[in-house]
Design a protein around this ligand. Sequence first.
Ligand SMILES: [Zn+2]
Length: 566
Amino acid sequence: MPNIATKHSLDLKKPQPLKRGALRVTPLGGLGDVGRNMTLFEHKGKLVVVDCGVLFPEETQPGIDVILPDFTPLRDRLKDVEAIVLTHGHEDHIGGVPYLLKERPDIPLVGSKLTLAFITAKLQEHKITPITHEVAAGDHHQAGPFDLEFVAVNHSIPDGLAVALRTSAGLVLHTGDFKMDQFPMDKRITDLNHFARLGDEGVDLFMTDSTNAEVPGFTTAEKDLGAAIDRVFREAPKRIVVSSFASHVHRIQQVLDTAHKHGRKVAFVGRSMVRNMGIASDLGYLNIPKGLVVDLKQLSKMQDNKIVLICTGSQGEPMAALSRMANREHIIKVGEGDTILLASSLIPGNENAIYGVINSLIRWGATVVHKGNAKVHVSGHASAGELTYCYNIVKPKNVLPVHGEWRHLTANADLAIATGVPEDRVLVVEDGVVVDLDRGRASIAGRIPAPYVFVDGATIGVATEDALKDRLSLAEEGHITVLGIYDLATQKLVEPVEFIPRGFVEAVGWEDQAEDVAAKALEQATARGHVDGEAAERAIEDGLSRWFFRRHRRTPVITTVVIDAD
Ligand SMILES: [Zn+2]
């Protein structure tokens, strides 16, 4: 068994101050979830942050836009942060940067050309101009006591980098997200030679992507999708709408090439898609054949079978173009004969939203091609076979699986152990569990809180469980306002309470019964002693809540307002 920080170790204490010369690793996100990746490295009083991403909310978190890591552990040490290293440009690795830079705008961002271009464009929308240090594979960058070295990795976005952090406490290799496509579109493969050189030097702690650790074998090459995409184009009688992540440059390159071959024109739809594809093409990561891409407005003059639209929304995000098309809220009205190609993954947690969108599109008469019915997606992450190779090449002394839910982290740990890493040198931990590397040995040092920080519109805050529970009750059970006029002197209601229900599914005659329940609850309270206005509200609320649950198995949110009779 690896050294698992299971639920039993929830009572882990706050860690002791870091030993001199040791290295502290604190995951603030990405361990236990797929998203909001962020890790803090501390050495000699200085900090380096690797990635700062967002997590997208699930249905149980209604109204939440994104979820951030909690920056509290950084807050009074912002001046000690030497750099934020960004391994690649995916939202779950860069999406939190604007929020962190709001706390200290001049923390240098270190990353590859494309990664920095994506984050800089995003920061512009937040009116922040970052300090950036561009690095390429093979480069070193000194950040305080950290010597950072960058390694080319292949992923579902170009220009990904793994980062090696060299300190006097040892050498850490953090892969970021990666896979080992041997025939990538851009011919930039994961540099196993470089991994091997670091392995020969001695990797003290290997932090590696767990997302696909449960998947046996090897991840299929991106270019193998070509045939399935071509088939969609051959068979589509009318318009083709392709939905993908706005950063999946290689996938979109394949779509562009196929559209060009079939004599269609392409329009990008949606702010992030237009922005990112503009950047990728300007910087030479996306090759757009001349005259292929046109403005959305120009498409209205063209025949349906000459049109391709490329948009976002492949995860069923309600505000994205595809969801709006499915709901008929978009200028593009999907209809009979149109073909929708979801050239994308299905991130755990998004299933219901995506299938909802697919069903709507089919109801409008469209044909929907997705990974469930055609080979139109390959993962961006290394499967078990690739990870095994990596362990054998890197020969790490200690292993800390990152990026994934518990099942992914433990599957990755098992692979490390299978290649001969001693079980007690493999640490499976979740966000907030602090790991110290001291004299070649990694061990769990304690735990700090790593709660979700919810962004709701322009509000950022630590939403409590209760607040979200209230939201769910409101959505599921509705709300009832109870109005009463109460005579403090006589300790009685002047007249029966009134109800204003909102979104509450009413049973016939409930109000008469509920009136009696409210009156009785108040009577019982006054029988025990003097009851002021506030206590009267509480008594009525409690009485009604109990009654609704007992009689109707319902838990509407109840707000009681009692007005003084004078
Ligand atoms: Zn990624």
